[in-house]
Design a binder for this molecule. Sequence first.
Ligand code: ADP
Ligand code: MG
Length: 618
Amino acid sequence: MSGIRIVGSHIRNQWFSYFAGISMVAAGSLFATQIPRLIGSVTDSLRDGTLGTSEMAGYVGLIILIGVVRVGTGWGGRVIVHHKGRELTYNLRKQLFEKWGTLSPSYYHRHSVGDMISHALSDVEVVRELVSQGINQAVSGLAMLLGAAYLMAVHVDWRLTLAGLGPLLLIPLLVKWLGPQIRVQSQRSQEALGAMAQTTEEVIGGIRAVKAFGTEHVVISRFENRVDTIVEEKMRFVRLSALFAALVPLMVNLGFIFVLGYGGFLLTMKTISLGDFVAFTLYVTLLRQPLEQLGNVLNIIQRSIASLNRIDELLRVVSEVLDRKGPLLDRPLQGTLEVKGLTFHYAGSKNDVLTDISLSVKPGQTLGIIGGMGSGKSTLADLLLRLYDPPERTVFIDGEDILNYPLARLRDGIAYVPQDGFLFSTTVLENIGFSDEYPDREKAEHCAKITAVHENIQCFPEKYDTEIGERGVRLSGGQKQRIAIARMIYKNAPFQIMDDSLSAVDTRTERRILLNLRELSTSLPDSEGGKAKATIIISHRLSAVQHADEIVVFDDGRIVERGNHAELMSLSGIYAELWFMQAGLTEESDAQRQRDTSEPNLDAEMDVLEAGRMEEVL
Ligand SMILES: Nc1ncnc2c1ncn2[C@@H]1O[C@H](COP(=O)(O)OP(=O)(O)O)[C@@H](O)[C@H]1O
Ligand SMILES: [Mg+2]
C-alpha cells in the first residue's frame, strides 16, 4: 500500500488547487440535485392548477440558471483536477528518469529496459487516471449521491429513500469480490506489455543480426506469442471489468423498480404527492450515472494500487555506487593514478575478474593496456570511473583512495571513450561537446581535427549540425569512434581513458590520431586551456599502445608482462608473439578498410609530416 503515499504527498503539496477543484466539482453536482425537486414542485402546481405563466417562467429561468452554474463550476473544477493530474505524471516521469540516471550499470544488468519503459509510460498513465478521472468522478458521484439522498430523505420520505438506494449497498460487496481479481489481472497484462516492449527493443536493436541470420520468421513468431499473451491477459481483464461495470447499473435498476412499486403504493395512500413521486423517479435515474462512475472509481483505485506500488518500488531503488558518508575530498583531480594490488569480482559471481593488478600513470604519460577479450580491461576502466566500486585502498588518485572523492568530482576529472563509443541521436556538435550544455563550435571543430574526422563532418549535409543516428546520417564504425574520441578531447579532463576506441580505424589514421593526442596531452601549455594529461589506452591491437610510456599485458585478469615496446619485444613473450601476428594482419585489413568505407585518404604530405613528428616523439 506504500505506493499510495506518492499520490498523498502530491495532493498535500497542491492542496489548495485540489481543494478549489474538488469544491467546484462538488458544487456543480449539488446544483444538479436540485433539478428533480424543482420539477416535482412544477408537477404539484400543475396538478393543483396553481401554476401561472409568470411562475412557470420563473421555474424555467431557475432550471436554466442551475444548468449554467452547474456546467460552469463542474467544467472549471474538472479542468483544475485534470491539470494537476498531468503535473503528477510529469513529476513522476521526471523522478523515474532522474532515478534511472543515478543507478549503476549493475542495475541495468539485472533489469530489462523494455520493462522500465513500460513503467514510465503505462504505470504512470494509470496513476494519472486515478488522480484526474478518479477524483473528478468520485467527487461528483459522491456529492450527487449524498445530495440526492439528503433531499429525498428529508423532503420526501426516508423509507422510500432506503428502498431506492438499498440495492446500492451491495456495491461494496461487489468490489470486495471482483476488485482483487481485477488488480491481479491488471498487473499481469502490464507485465505482458513489458515483455513485448522488451522483445521489440531487442529485435530492433539487433535487427542487423536478425537479418544476417535470416531469422525474421523466428523473431516474428516470438513476437506474435508475446502479443497473443497480451491479448489473452487483456481479455481476462476486460471480462472481469465488464462484469463489474455491468453489475453496478443492475443494482441501480433494482432500486428503480423498488421506487416504482413502493412509491406508487405511497402515492395511492396519499403519503406522498405526485410531485414527490415524479421527483423520486427522476432522482433514481439521475443517480444512475454517478453510481456507475463510483463503480468505475473503485475499479481505477484497484488498478492503480498495483501501478503505484511498482512505481514506488522503482523510486526506492538505491544505486549500488554512492558517495561515501563522512568527509569527502572535494578537490579537482590532478592526473596521478595508482592501482595497488587490485583484486575484483562482480557481485553475485565468485570468480575474480581482476587479480592483483598494480599499475600507475602520471600527467603527461600514456599507459597502454593490452589483452585478449574478457581479460578484464574494460572492468578496470569501469572501476576507475566507479561505475562499480573497487575494494577499499586499491585505487588511488593523487594519492587518495578514489572512494573518498565525491562521484561527481571523480567523473568530472575523467574523459572516457566507452568500448562501444556510444553516440546520441543528436547533432554532431552536441555529441562532441557533450560535456557542455551549450557546446562551443570552434572547440568542437578543433577536437574533430585532432581525431581526423573533421573532413568527414564537412561532407555531411549540415556539417556539424547534422543529426546522427536514426533521423540523420549513418556513420561508419571508424567515424563513430573518431567522434567519440573528439568528445573525450573536448572534455579536457586530467585523465583520458580510451577503451578499444580505435579498433575500427585504419592504422594510418590511428597513428595520426595518437600523435595528435600525444602532442595535446604532453605539451599544450595551460594558457591554451590544456594541461598535461594522464592517458590510458586500452586495446587489443598493439599498434594503438606501441608508443605508450608503459604497456601492461593483461591475461585472464592478471598482468603477465610490462614495460615499453622495446622492452616487451626483447622479452619474446606474449607481446612479441602478438606483435608478429598482428604486423602481418595490419596491412591486409587496412587495404580491406580502404575498399569498404569512405575513410579519408591521407595525402602523402601528411605522412611526411607525421614521420617528422614521430621522430620527435620516439
Ligand atoms: N557486469 C558484469 N557482471 C559480471 N561479469 C562481468 C560483467 N562485466 C564483465 N564481466 C565479466 O568479466 C570478465 C572481463 O570482462 P571485460 O572487463 O569486459 O573484459 P575485456 O574488456 O578485457 O574484454 C569477462 O569474463 C566478463 O564476462
Ligand atoms: Mg572490453
